[in-house]
Ligand binder design. Structure first.
Ligand code: HEM
Length: 466
């Protein structure tokens, strides 16, 4: 390993895969075809370097913010004008989440944010951590039972783990355990039916044009709503005393006038938290396993930290602050493969960003996929180097240049939850196992609703001896 004179991250680190970056923009019909297959392949080399780009696509102005100062202006200073999620996101998720926090805006969003954010806030995470740890330990036991060299789908395993964790924290240990499978199947079914890119909305065609999936998603939505109703009823009946649970918080929450949330609101917010908190964390962990499997240098450093701090014991919330390199591995994974690769907003009133007029109806995007690999902001931007997050001299932008959890008033309400869950999962499992990529597997990033390493991630499990 060497450090170049001007760089503070190792220059020979592993460069994980990314889609081909064209030098000359292909014709628009070709771009649309590429976007439909994999949205990430529409970016050319210049898109990574730019500061602010704008382009009219059919009738809609499309603006991309790609530097911290511009991102701050768009998502913080201009929050009022740019707080609405893109039509694409709303059409995809409204049938399931209704007026839930994730897709609402204006007064509804502000009211819900005030009630929901404190329930999953960082200060509540120590109370949720024992549920996380107990669920991670179940995965360790399951992996251990499979034996050395056993094949596993690391993406499915991490999806199962994070779904169990979020179900048990939302609904309480017992209800969460009984209903996890039903909830996961409902959501998976739903996701299968929603388009990756709603090109109708993206290109500003009339909102009344038919979308083709209308009927197909009614069934999974009803299934999810029925399960959530059943869970809420049994929760109200059982009230698991003393245990931190999100549903308990939602049932007991009161607005400024002292009114409780309606049944619909509780159901919608429970669906939001499940949806927002499950696949994002699963993808982060799956990518981390992949990156570690390709980077023996980083894996060795991670193992040294885990063996030194934990020495084989099950980690607890208090250990997290003593695992800076483990945290850096997660942060670097989130930089290279941000689970939400595109943050898109629709201007609800005309505004300006960086002296540029933004007409009402424009689509304004912050694209973590681009900004996290902007060569002006990062050294060796495509390489996997967790050191950049622990080395104080390493080049990194301010908080508006690294936005895996978004930024501004709509920043992820589960940031500390997701980070802690990822660190505890990686810490506990990586001290007991090494995962190797199944030979011949071609891993490529694919953007659906979230950014994942393809449909599956075949790996083999190898117990470690400390
Ligand atoms: C590594 C894990 C996670 C990542 C990378 C992540 C990322 C994000 C991002 C980028 C957004 C904003 C999306 C947008 O602007 O379009 C968001 C919103 C949100 N996230 Fe997370 N998230 C993670 C985990 C979680 C967890 C575990 C929870 C719940 C326990 C959660 C709850 C939420 C909620 C409620 C919102 C909506 C906030 C609002 O609109 O006001 N997230 N998340």
């Amino acid at each position: 390993m060497s450090l170049t004179a001007e760089s503070t991250v190792p220059s020979e680190d592993f460069v994980p895969p990314y889609p081909f970056r064209y030098e000359h923009m292909p014709p628009i019909w070709k771009l649309i075809g590429m976007a439909k297959k994999n949205f990430l392949s529409i970016w050319g080399a210049d898109d990574f370097k730019g500061r602010l780009r704008s382009q009219k696509v059919l009738s809609r102005e499309l603006i991309i913010c790609n530097r911290p100062d511009v991102v701050r202006e768009a998502f913080k200073t201009n929050h009022e004008a740019l707080q609405r999620k893109s039509p694409q996101m709303r059409h995809a998720l409204e049938p399931l989440l209704g007026d839930g926090l994730f897709v609402s805006d204006s007064q509804t969003w502000a009211d819900r944010r005030k009630v929901v954010a404190p329930i999953i806030h960082g200060s509540r995470v120590p109370g949720f951590a024992p549920i996380m740890v107990e669920t991670i330990e179940e995965t360790r036991v399951h992996w251990a039972s499979k034996g050395d060299g056993a094949e596993t789908d690391a993406l499915a395993d991490m999806a199962h783990l994070t779904a169990e964790i979020i179900c048990r924290t939302i609904f309480g240990r017992n209800l969460g355990k009984s209903y996890a499978r039903e909830v996961v199947e409902g959501f998976t079914d739903y996701q299968r039916h929603i388009d990756q890119i709603d090109l109708i909305s993206m290109f500003g065609l009339p909102e009344w044009l038919p979308r083709f999936r209308g009927k197909a998603i009614r069934k999974p939505v009803k299934r999810i709503m029925d399960v959530l109703d059943e869970i809420i009823d049994s929760y109200s009946a059982q009230k698991e005393a003393g245990e931190a649970s999100v549903i308990g918080g939602l049932l007991e929450a009161r607005d400024d006038d002292g009114n409780p949330l309606s049944r619909d609101a509780i159901r919608n917010e429970a669906a939001v938290i499940f949806m927002a908190g499950h696949e994002t964390t699963a993808n982060t962990l799956a990518w981390a396993w992949y990156l570690l499997s390709q980077s023996p240098r980083v894996a060795a450093k991670l193992h040294a930290e885990l063996d030194g701090v934990l020495a084989g014991r099950v980690p607890s919330f208090q250990d997290v602050r003593n695992l800076p390199y483990t945290k850096a591995v997660i942060e670097e994974t989130l930089r290279l493969y941000p689970p939400v690769p595109i943050l898109a907003r629709e201007a609800i009133e005309p505004t300006r960003i960086f002296h540029k007029e933004v007409p009402k109806g424009s689509l304004v995007m912050v694209v973590p996929w681009l900004m996290h690999r902007n060569p002006v902001l990062w050294d060796n931007p495509d390489s996997f180097s967790p050191e950049r997050f622990v080395n104080p001299e390493a080049k990194k932008p301010n908080k508006y240049g690294y936005v895996p959890f978004s930024i501004g008033p709509r920043i992820c309400a589960g940031l500390q939850f997701g980070l802690t869950e990822s660190i505890l999962s990686l810490a506990h499992l990586a001290q007991h196992f090494k995962l190797a990529l199944k030979p011949g597997t071609d891993v490529q990033p694919v953007a659906r609703l979230t950014l994942r390493p393809g449909e599956d991630l075949p790996m083999t499990l190898h117990p470690r001896t400390q």
